[in-house]
Design a protein around this ligand. Structure first.
Ligand code: NAD
Length: 276
């Protein structure tokens, strides 16, 4: 198996830095997609209750021939399941669908501030971790003030915050805020949902290293210290996106990609105003 980088959380558990994202991967495609990724060397899968494919992900893991304990599984709480009791119930449902007796990392998918429930939800997450049902707990799409609230309430710092992050939306302020709290930053839509594949700056760097544009972008996330979860259902792309451990970007490449950052290039909703 390819030697792949891992990042250790402040709670002592570790996450493989590259994972497979399965948003918009239909239930029946999820199992073969996960099997393909595991055969290619991935050991980290990123799903969510809201992706409606946890059963397929679980089946892909079970039929892969690889031990569950060697695979890192993230799932996320659906916004409509927020609240203390609801979160505890929803966790059991996710666990059952995944066909596992634990989850490596459980995330609050969005703060959903209009619901006013993320602080209670975090208390339920702390309980799940204390009971050993989940190894690590984290959040997604949280702004620093959301983080301050849950840490202030419980004293428990999320291990990770999964946020939208790609070369033209680099989220430097969020990355700095996370560093201060010892929170790992994880990039969602790391390829900008595919839109950077044809970027000329990325293309030049790719040609210089004899690599594909997607590989350069994934390498940029790795070299920036981020956890990265590119999505594909195409076997050749799944393999390509994992074949990124035999080269490194140099200072010149990193400086050129740093210049692609442009405020306002968010593709998804703003977590402050999202109403789902
Ligand atoms: P992405 O940035 O990973 O882009 C995926 C798309 O890029 C593919 O559909 C394909 O069109 C293209 N692509 C992939 N590999 C390629 C290759 N090698 N060559 C050419 N094109 C390629 O997009 P994403 O799915 O939005 O994000 C990745 C993952 O992040 C998701 O699957 C999900 O797990 C997670 N995510 C989380 C949230 C959240 O709110 N927490 C939101 C969105 C996504």
């Amino acid at each position: 198996m390819t030697t792949q980088p891992i990042i250790t959380f402040h709670d002592g558990h570790s996450i493989p830095q590259v994972g497979l994202g399965v948003w918009q991967t239909p239930q029946d495609i999820a199992a073969p997609t996960v099997r393909t990724a595991l055969a290619a060397g991935y050991r980290h899968i990123d799903t969510a209750s809201g992706y409606d494919n946890e059963e397929g992900v679980g089946e892909g893991i079970r039929s892969s021939g690889i031990d569950r304990k060697d695979i890192f599984v993230t799932t996320k709480l659906r916004n409509t399941d927020q609240g203390y009791d609801n979160a505890l119930r929803a966790f059991e449902v996710s666990l059952k669908k995944l066909g596992s007796d634990y989850i490596d990392l459980y995330l609050i998918h969005w703060p959903s501030p209009h619901r006013g429930l993320y602080r209670e939800t975090w208390k339920a997450f702390v309980r799940l971790r204390e009971e050993g049902r989940v190894r690590s707990i984290g959040v997604s799409n949280f702004y620093p003030d959301h983080l301050d609230h849950i840490v202030g309430d419980t004293g428990v710092v999320p291990v990770i915050n999964q946020i939208e992050l790609h070369p033209d939306f680099q989220q430097k302020a969020a990355q700095e805020a996370h560093k201060k709290l010892n929170i790992v930053t994880e990039s969602w839509s790391p390829l900008g949902q595919g839109r950077f594949i044809s970027n000329p700056v990325i293309g030049q760097i790719a040609a210089k290293h004899g690599k594909a544009p997607a590989q350069v972008i994934i390498r940029w996330h790795i070299d920036t210290g981020l956890v990265v979860i590119p999505k594909s259902v195409t076997p050749s792309r799944i393999e390509e996106n994992f074949n990124v451990f035999d080269f490194k970007l140099d200072g010149e490449d990193m400086a050129a990609i740093a210049k692609l950052d442009s405020a306002g290039a968010r593709m998804g909703p703003d977590p402050y105003t999202a109403t789902f």
